[in-house]
Write a protein that binds this ligand. Structure first.
Ligand SMILES: [Cu+2]
Length: 84
């Protein structure tokens, strides 16, 4: 647990030292259950996005990052559709 906190703290400092991180939010179609939620959260995390959070009720996903094209492609490669 302490290790996790240290890593998270390190990431915060790292983000401060580099470029600004924006919170992005995309609306995603056909997310229906916890499996969808985990699939998308894992895919975006693997693509380098942080603080990825799917809201099934709202059909949206939020995360820190700037590359909206990469995020869209990652979600669509996982089998879901981003509402434009
Ligand atoms: Cu599902």
């Amino acid at each position: 647990m302490l290790n996790v906190l240290i890593i998270m703290y390190g990431l915060l400092i790292y983000n401060d030292d580099t470029k600004e991180v924006d919170v992005m939010k995309l609306n995603v179609e056909n997310m229906t259950c916890d499996h969808c939620k985990m699939t998308i959260e894992q895919a975006l995390t693997n693509a380098g996005f942080t603080n990825v959070a799917v809201d099934l009720g709202k059909g949206s996903v939020s995360f820190d990052g700037q590359d909206v094209d990469l995020a869209t492609k990652t979600i669509e490669d996982s089998g879901y559709k981003v509402k434009k």
